[in-house]
Design a protein around this ligand. Structure first.
Ligand code: NAI
Ligand code: NA
Length: 396
């Protein structure tokens, strides 16, 4: 079978196993090239199959020789249908980890559910005893609440008033104005229920209740702030309320871990093309301008560079973890540099369909987007027949 990208709206419905494998190998090579990190040895990554979570799993395994358990929600390949990219990524990761003699097992299912938590806890109990790092990197549009049974849907909307600004359809390159109506009803509560910190807290409580957190264990979740340009739809919108909640949860988790001297952090990461971020209006235009500037300045980073720096220069320096005035780790420092933001703001005003491919990095955006699904990856022969079934050896 020759696999080609097939688009439906913001999403690509096919993915390429060889391309995903190559992406994972490239990330592993990057981590190896940066040398060892004195990090955690037994690591649970929740949301481990794509984006920042996958980068975290790779950094732990290949930077610190860590045993890793990854939790994710991905589709296996089936008759005539490719798997989801996170499936191929995880298959490739496990393959490489096992070749390197590293323990790696995965749990595929709804991380918000009691059942998947239980399975994961049992696996830790049986194989690792305890974990010393828990990365929480879920990005989901829905959450079935495990206690109430309510299905919450998150929305990406401004709060209070309609937000009108530019956006780009990155496939066509067309810049247009978009108006997003303010949220209503239970939109904020629902978004907080999905993307806030409640589930993170539930995971940590469950792990602690079964004595599966090692003394001094650390847990890290990922957040975003971004510039004033995107504030109305991001940080001051419904998703921002969820991030506020997530950030507040770090403090309550740290309190709950006092007796084992554990600590919870939120790391504020850079805006990057992932499946989650490409669905947010306005963000793709911002990212394409940001990429252009950061590449020109030689300070562009992808997920793996971000997480490598998080581990090497923030979490595992041997000194106290540096945080901002709100207790957050900042690896969005380069994105938020005043000179970078000034340049982006200037380009933002100028951006129209006719000049975007020049003043913005539309090509880079598209390439990153296709790369997410294993397409357009250097060194992959897309003309070759791909009919092998890729399985995850140690899925639970
Ligand atoms: P992503 O879409 O690449 O990864 C999401 C992960 O969650 C995948 O492993 C997926 O399988 C898993 N997942 C989703 N629903 C699940 C469920 N019900 N059960 C189990 N696993 C599930 O997303 P990305 O961008 O890596 O986001 C991770 C975190 O980083 C999010 O909190 C996001 O807000 C944050 N972040 C993202 C930024 C960006 O620009 N992409 C910037 C800063 C923070
Ligand atoms: Na992730």
């Amino acid at each position: 079978m020759i696999i080609e990208p097939r688009m439906r709206g913001f999403i690509c419905t096919t993915s390429h196993p060889k391309g995903c494998e190559q992406n994972v190998k490239n990330q592993i090579e990057y981590i190896k090239s940066k040398g060892p990190i004195a990090g955690a040895k037994k690591v649970l990554v929740i949301g481990a199959s794509t984006g920042f979570g996958l980068a975290s799993r790779i950094t732990s395994a290949f930077g610190s020789d860590a045993s890793t358990i990854g939790v994710f929600f991905e589709k296996a390949p089936s008759e005539g249908k490719t798997a989801s990219p996170g499936w191929y990524n995880s298959a490739a990761f496990e393959n490489e980890a096992h070749k390197a003699g590293l323990y790696a097992k995965s749990v595929n299912g709804d991380a918000f559910s009691n059942e998947i938590k239980k399975q994961t806890l049992n696996l830790i109990k049986a194989d690792l005893g305890q974990v010393d790092l828990v990365i929480y990197s879920l990005a989901s549009p829905v959450r079935m609440h495990p206690v109430t049974g309510v299905l919450h849907r998150s929305v990406l909307k401004p709060i209070g008033s309609t937000f009108t600004n530019k956006t780009v359809d990155f496939h066509s390159g067309k810049v247009s104005e978009i108006s997003i109506e303010p949220c209503s009803g239970d939109d904020i509560e629902n978004t907080v229920a999905v993307m806030g910190g409640e589930d993170w807290g539930m995971w940590i409580d469950a792990l602690k209740a079964e004595n599966l957190l090692a003394p001094g264990a650390t847990t890290v979740a990922y957040s975003y702030i971004g510039p004033s340009l995107t504030e109305a739809v991001y940080r001051k919108g419904t998703i921002g309320r969820a991030k506020d909640h997530l950030e507040a949860t770090a403090f309550s988790i740290t309190d709950s871990l006092a007796d084992i001297e554990g600590k919870a952090f939120v790391s504020v990461n850079k805006a990057l093309v992932t499946q989650a971020s490409s669905a947010i209006p306005v963000i793709p235009l911002y990212i394409s301008l940001l990429y252009k500037i950061m590449k020109e300045e030689g300070i562009h980073e992808g997920c793996i560079e971000q997480i490598q720096r998080l581990y090497q220069e923030r979490l595992y320096t041997g000194n106290e973890v540096p945080v901002d005035e709100k207790g957050r780790i900042r690896i969005d420092d380069l994105e938020m540099r005043p000179d970078v933001q000034e340049k982006v703001a200037k380009l933002w005003v100028e951006a129209v369909t006719e000049n975007l491919s020049e003043i913005g990095d539309l090509e880079g955006y598209r390439k990153d987007f296709y790369n997410l699904f294993g397409f357009d990856v250097e060194g992959v022969d897309y003309k070759a027949d791909t009919n092998e079934v890729v399985n995850i050896e140690s899925i639970v």
